[in-house]
Design a protein. Structure first.
Length: 305
């Protein structure tokens, strides 16, 4: 154990500011550490006491799909229509896909991009790889990129196949998704059958209570303390950070108040709704959930504006 009392190093010539602001820190583990003010330490302790890290939840947190060569596997809506017109069977392996720039806070803007899902199968589940010869129009399209497909490291049993992905089936389920690089929390729900492009991550199954927590000021403050903010204020929301967020496990009836508000926000395009007011309501619920005191709430609001 290493104990550092900064006051021991402060001479009488040290500025009053430094002497007043110096703190005692004890480092008791080999894990990475961060020096916090008293109020930050109290907030961190409350969050970690009240919640269970997401890595210990019954959920899967993974990256989106990696093609190794997006120019071939991600196509426009026009190209999709062309392939299906040429061979209707092509539709079986073409799915909508979202990129990081498409994903917003409580929503997404589909840019008419589509993924050729010529997966490599899942041996453990008896799912065979896609045989591209069964889809002649798609094969002809991929043949135009064959030399690049053959050279890529991320490929399956043939250059036409995507790399192994044990959680391929998760893309066919409802999921929480977010862009890897953002200025602030921007999570939403994507329906089953929509694929997500790496490095955007996903959480399966989707849980709207969890979505409310992730988009909250409190959760974003905690997560951003785990990594380094880049130039311009951008933060990389990697799974390795997200999985450390402690979230209280609530019974379904206790989640309902969060879910009802989230549903209203997700439905905002259909109705004239004050989104900011609803998000403020959710933030207040989250502060209460973690039992933060008024001065701690004011601190977080100031830090996350």
């Amino acid at each position: 154990m290493y104990k550092i009392n900064l006051c021991n190093f402060l001479s009488s010539k040290t500025s009053v500011f430094v002497r007043q602001k110096s703190i005692y820190s004890g480092f008791t583990t080999s894990e990475s550490w961060v020096i916090l003010s008293s109020i930050e330490k109290d907030i961190k302790q409350k969050i970690e006491t009240k919640g269970i890290p997401l890595k210990d939840w019954d959920i899967n947190i993974n990256y989106g799909i990696k093609t190794g060569y997006n120019d071939a596997f991600i196509i426009s809506g026009e190209k999709r229509d062309e392939l299906i017109f040429s061979d209707p069977k092509s539709e079986e392996i073409i799915r909508p896909i979202l990129r990081g720039r498409d994903i917003k806070r409580y929503g997404y803007e589909f840019a008419d991009n589509w993924l050729i899902t010529s997966h490599n199968g899942i041996k453990e589940k008896g799912i065979d790889p896609i045989d591209i010869n069964d889809y002649p129009a798609v094969k002809e399209h991929l043949d135009h990129h064959y030399s690049s497909l053959e050279r890529r490291a991320d490929k399956g049993i043939t250059p036409y196949n995507l790399r192994n992905c044990a959680y391929m089936e998760d893309f066919y389920r409802q999921k929480i998704v977010w862009g890897n690089l953002n200025l602030t929390a921007a999570y939403t729900v994507a329906e089953g059958g929509i694929f997500i492009n790496a490095p955007c991550p996903i959480i399966v199954p989707a849980n709207k209570y969890l979505l409310a927590i992730l988009n909250s000021k409190l959760a974003d403050y905690y997560i951003r303390k785990l990594g380094v903010t880049r130039n311009g204020g951008y933060f990389e929301y990697k799974p390795m950070f997200i999985e450390k967020l402690p979230v209280p496990l609530l019974e379904r009836e206790d989640q309902d108040v969060f879910i009802e508000i989230v549903d209203k926000i997700l439905d905002h395009k259909a109705k004239n709704i004050d989104i900011a007011s609803l998000e403020n309501e959710l933030n207040e619920l989250v502060f209460k959930l973690y039992e933060l005191e008024t001065h701690e709430v004011d601190f977080l609001k100031q830090k996350t504006n």
